[in-house]
Ligand binder design. Structure first.
Ligand code: GRF
Length: 204
């Protein structure tokens, strides 16, 4: 299967995905000059920057995105720090084929600054979620979650580090499972090939 990873930040998740040996055919960033693009370059992966300001609206942006994905024969899409809501046009082109990584236990803390908000609320547990993307904002069917404690001694930085480490463990595992069809979306419901698999709970 040909996967694209959509990025916009430092690329630590892209690095973790590649370190697991997962094949990535295309990297697309919505920001110029970010770490994720340098990582793609380092690995010889075709990479493109699509800047929102180069397009009149979200629909035009997403049309360009779909054209790029098609030009690279992309079948599956992983969002790893791509901080834009995709329009229905893209989502309908790739049914059950787009997944997102989010740094909280959804449905808690959807949207931006999830780590900071969980930290400020002094929660004892937060975590990370991988879910199929639907037309809502961080609302799609959950594939896997890993819980992460917030210790009382944590600073925002130590808490955020622990969240990111959980992301780096979980996301590659989920992508491999999707690629191997061990998990899929059917009629809006997430189906697993084996009921007692542990990876969906963040255990390897
Ligand atoms: C991750 O925390 C991811 O959950 C969020 O954006 C961040 C991307 O980080 N959507 P990186 O660019 O992979 O380091």
């Amino acid at each position: 299967m040909r996967w694209a990873v959509l990025v916009g930040g430092a690329g630590s998740n892209l690095r973790a995905i590649l370190a697991s040996g997962f094949p990535v055919s295309l990297v697309v960033s919505h920001r110029a000059g970010v770490g994720a693009l340098a990582i793609a370059q380092e690995h010889g992966i075709p990479h493109h920057t699509l800047l929102p300001r180069a397009f009149p609206d979200r629909f035009a942006y997403d049309r360009a995105l779909v054209n790029l994905l098609r030009a690279h024969s992309i079948q599956r899409i992983a969002l790893a720090g791509f901080l834009r809501w995709l329009t229905a046009d893209v989502i309908q082109q790739y049914p059950g084929a787009i997944v997102n990584l989010h740094p909280s236990l959804l449905p808690l803390y959807p949207g931006l600054h999830a780590i900071e908000r969980a930290y400020a609320d002094r929660v004892l547990w937060s975590g990370v979620t991988v879910h199929f993307v639907d037309e809502g904002h961080d609302t799609g069917p959950v594939i896997a979650q890993a819980p992460v404690p917030r210790y009382l001694s944590d600073t925002l930085e130590t808490f955020a580090d622990r969240i990111h480490q959980a992301e780096h463990r979980l996301f590659p595992r989920v992508l491999w499972a999707l690629d191997a069809q061990e998990v899929w979306l059917d009629g809006g419901q997430v189906c697993y090939a084996k009921e007692d698999d542990q990876w969906m709970y963040g255990r390897s």
